[in-house]
Design a protein around this ligand. Structure first.
Ligand SMILES: Cc1ncc(COP(=O)(O)O)c(C=O)c1O
Length: 392
């Protein structure tokens, strides 16, 4: 059955504004159901959690439902879902509880800086996994020489936010686990682009951000609750010491959390299906991935045929994310030109600081990023390509 792209697009009110939204890797639009969930939470009345009255009980229920939804999305356990404002904030918080002076951490040059700096700034000894700048691959073999009995954590991305590279996280995790190290997998870019099974990937921690998959600006890190029990993050004295609550500082954005649940429900229902929400998510995200990669193959073929375009990376397994430069034009100029034609793309290093350094383009403004998510269609791709041909 073909991916029901018309129905999926119709669920997103913002898409009717006439722009081609190819900036999903920097944040997606949200479906009406997410807007409704957030508005309804406020309209119905919500209180702080743990109170005695119905509005407080509603917030208790919202938080519990959100943990269950995120767990379904990534294949984790609801009581291991840590919720917070975004991935970066949560990763800083967790990194300090996980590693410190005397430990070793392994980070990669493929990663967004949010899965690099929080680890390099723990005071642990840092070891770097290098990227092949031509293919954009992160070779697994190097990890054997990087991991040892002092390694506390291997931080690695499930997908690069600029090249789309999907490294072999399971193989890296196997090497980490053999040495008794933990894996902290950045799933922020990967999550919207296909089914996620954090267990199969060997992720001890899996980080994701709802605003990359149709939800509000909320981040989550998922881990085994038993593992979380072993960690002692900085926290206020009176705040709950239970897991996962002890990792959640301050008052949560309760209405937004209801939006997160609605986003997961939306993803699960993109294609008709039966079974548990987890089963429907796996089927729906597999269909979305096929849809994205089909369009992406056409986009890449066209970009490769344009002599003025340099496309970075050619990884074997990737998300539908293109990163390219156009000869004679700054990346920002290309993005401005496309914006005038109603085509939204990103330009710059996109916080892939180490990777753009390895590609040798960080100091010259990085490149242009055009990414596809489930709601993009052929018209979006055609408008991008047409815009590039009109660049003078
Ligand atoms: C791959 C990747 N990791 C981490 C982040 C940071 O996520 P957040 O904005 O939730 O802190 C981003 C944001 O663009 C990203 O693309």
């Amino acid at each position: 059955m073909p991916f029901p792209i018309k129905e999926v697009r119709a669920a997103y009110p913002a898409l009717s504004d006439g722009h081609a939204y190819l900036d999903g890797a920097a944040g997606t639009q949200v479906p009406q159901s997410v807007i409704d969930a957030i508005a309804t939470a406020y309209r119905t009345g919500i209180g702080n959690v743990g109170g005695t009255f119905p509005a407080s009980h509603r917030s208790d229920a919202i938080v519990a439902a959100c943990r269950a939804a995120v767990a379904d999305l990534v294949g984790g356990r609801p009581d291991g879902v840590i919720l917070g404002p975004n991935m970066t904030t949560l990763t800083y918080r967790l990194s300090r509880a996980i590693a410190g002076p005397g430990d070793e951490v392994v980070v990669s040059r493929l990663d967004h800086d949010a899965n690099v700096r929080p680890w390099t700034q723990t005071g642990a000894t840092v070891r770097w996994a290098e990227v092949d700048p031509v293919t954009g691959e992160l070779p697994v073999e190097q990890y054997a020489g990087l991991i040892n009995e002092r390694t506390r954590v291997v931080a690695v991305s499930a997908a690069s936010n600029i090249l789309g590279t999907r490294p072999d996280v399971a193989a890296i995790a196997e090497l980490a686990h053999r040495a008794g190290a933990l894996t902290y997998v950045d799933g922020v870019h990967a999550t919207p682009h296909g089914p996620v099974d954090m267990g199969a990937m060997g992720a001890d921690f899996y980080a994701t951000s709802a605003y990359k998959w149709g939800g509000p600006h909320i981040g989550a890190v998922v881990a085994d609750p038993g593992l979380l029990e072993t960690l002692r993050p900085d926290k206020l004295t009176p705040s709950p010491d239970t897991v996962p609550q002890r990792f959640e500082t301050g008052t949560a954005a309760f209405a937004d959390l209801d939006g997160v649940t609605a986003a997961v429900d939306h993803l699960a229902a993109m294609v008709p299906g039966t079974g548990t929400r987890r089963e429907r998510l796996l089927a729906s995200m597999a269909a979305a991935e096929e849809h994205e990669l089909g369009l992406f193959a056409e986009l890449v073929a066209e970009l490769e045929s344009m002599p003025q375009v340099t496309l970075y990376g050619k990884p074997a397994r990737r998300t539908a994310t293109a990163y390219f430069n156009v000869a004679g034009h700054e990346p920002r100029q290309v993005a401005e030109h496309l914006a005038k034609l109603g085509v939204n793309v990103w330009s710059g290093h996109s916080y892939a600081w180490e990777l753009t350094g390895a590609l040798g383009i960080r100091d010259s403004g990085g490149a242009v990023r055009a990414g596809l998510v489930h709601y993009n269609d052929r018209t979006d791709v055609e408008r991008l390509l047409d815009g590039l041909t009109r660049l003078r």
